[in-house]
Design a protein around this ligand. Structure first.
Ligand code: C5P
Length: 434
């Protein structure tokens, strides 16, 4: 029995090509998600004859990507991005046709283009009629692909949909789950063991950062002064401790942190949708300064200054992203951390906010104008935990606040984490920042 713990937090890009076995893929998606994988699907035209995009969308809780030429798909999630945002590609079922395209480098639809553009490992589960499987062309293609490092899973022997018997049945969903787990286990075993495992390895952290922009008309918006420096620093610090990090950020003038998947949004509604897509996660850090209100009806054209009455701005409340993510449910991350920017009664307000939003920890910071926190490079925070613990940290650069927070997160997931070597030889215990 494969060790399925290797699947936690993995991002699988499932490519479903045309074959009767495509009907098994919703089950495959469910089994992978049960084991902590995020699954995104690409469906070929042939695949869509056997399984509906709606079924895959429902079980993956993500968009199903179909068309290379669909401009919406290309701008929102180009074929390069689809591969970049995956840890592994799984082609299941892999028809004789898609195997031939892969072997010969054809790229005439989204699935084959992603497969040609990817630098990620590829597993393929062949499924076809026994004669097609036995054909020397298919066998030569399989040999070519295996020689290039594509991991072939199956096929199984059995009675086929066409009534014939022999090799060609796609491996069952649980066999494919095992194959993926074995693949990641083997890769972990090959990885150099000289260094201690990163304390947040295998954990997925979702971080929000920056302001949101709420459009008034095509040229104007409501915004706030958040620079995103603290949120971006938290994303980088969590990645440094080995977490896979998805950063969902509003508009900021900062580079994307390295080693972090950065998703750029403008409005609160887009930020919530991107966060939902990024689930499941083990850790959420909501550092974004989300606008509380949006303009209820964005003007389709630029509002004119024509000497008449001023245009009315009717506001509507934005969703509370932190409270939504902290709501109990099957996808609730284990540790949800909010920020509370206050100008008076810092700790009391922050504690009330922690309870109201249902988060586990809250980082309270004083943003009175005199502190220069908004837009500045340093921050003075209190870390408040739902179970009572409260720590006042001295004024620190935002990057250092981020590192301490990341170490506290790591300590929450593993009992003791060595402190930053540069800071000395002490050890961080839960609740005691270094
Ligand atoms: O209610 P307030 O804006 O003070 O709460 C701050 C915390 O809630 C921050 O963690 C912020 O990222 C989060 N928040 C959110 N969505 C909102 C408003 C705030 O995620 N609409």
């Amino acid at each position: 029995m494969a060790d399925h713990s290797h699947l936690r937090g993995r991002r699988v890009l499932l490519i479903v090509s045309g074959g009767i076995a495509a009907y098994k893929t919703p089950e495959l998606v469910r089994r992978l998600r049960e084991r902590g994988c995020a699954v995104r699907c690409v469906l070929t035209d042939g695949g869509a004859r056997f399984v509906t995009p709606l079924a895959l969308q429902a079980v993956s809780e993500d968009t199903v990507y179909r068309d290379l030429w669909d401009l919406t798909d290309e701008s929102e999630m180009g074929h390069i991005q689809l591969s970049r945002q995956a840890d592994v590609l799984l082609v299941a079922p892999a028809s004789a046709n898609i195997l031939a395209k892969m072997a010969h480098g054809l790229a005439d639809d989204l699935a084959s283009t992603v497969l040609l553009a990817t630098d990620k490992p590829v597993l393929a589960a062949p499924a076809m009629n026994v004669r097609m499987y036995d054909h020397p062309a298919t066998q030569a293609n399989l040999a070519t692909l295996a020689g290039r490092g594509v991991v072939l899973v199956g096929p199984n022997d059995g009675v086929m949909a066409c009534g014939e018997y022999g090799p060609g049945r796609m491996s069952e969903p649980l066999e494919l789950v095992d194959a993926l787990a074995d693949f990641f286990a083997a890769r972990a075993a090959r990885a150099p063991q000289a260094t201690a495992p990163a304390p947040l390895a295998g954990r997925h952290a979702l971080v929000t950062s920056g302001p949101t922009h709420e459009p008034i008309d095509p040229v104007r918006y409501i915004a706030n002064r958040s620079s995103g420096k603290q949120g971006h620093a938290v994303a980088a610090a969590l990645a440094e401790l080995g977490a896979r990090v998805t950063l969902v950020t509003g508009p900021v003038a900062l580079p994307d942190p390295s080693g972090v998947e950065t998703i750029k949004v403008e409005t609160a509604a887009e930020m919530l949708a991107a966060c939902r897509r990024a689930l499941p996660a083990d850790i959420v850090v909501a550092a974004a300064a989300v606008a509380d209100w949006r303009v209820a009806e964005e003007a389709p054209r630029k509002l004119k200054k024509d000497g008449g009455p001023l245009p009315p701005l009717r506001l509507a409340e934005n969703p509370d992203i932190l409270a939504t993510l902290a709501t109990a449910g099957p996808d609730r991350p284990e540790l949800v951390i909010g920020f509370a920017a206050e100008t008076t009664d810092l700790v009391a307000y922050a504690r009330a906010k922690l309870a109201r939003k249902g988060c586990d920890w809250i980082v309270a910071n004083d943003v009175s104008p005199a502190t220069g926190t908004f837009g500045g490079d340093s921050n003075t925070v209190h870390l408040i935990r739902r179970d009572g613990g409260e720590e006042a940290w001295p004024p620190l650069p935002k990057a250092e606040v981020a590192r301490r927070l990341a170490r506290a997160v790591a300590a929450r997931f593993a009992p003791a984490v060595p402190a930053d070597p540069a800071a000395g030889t002490d050890t961080v215990q839960p609740g005691i920042p270094a």
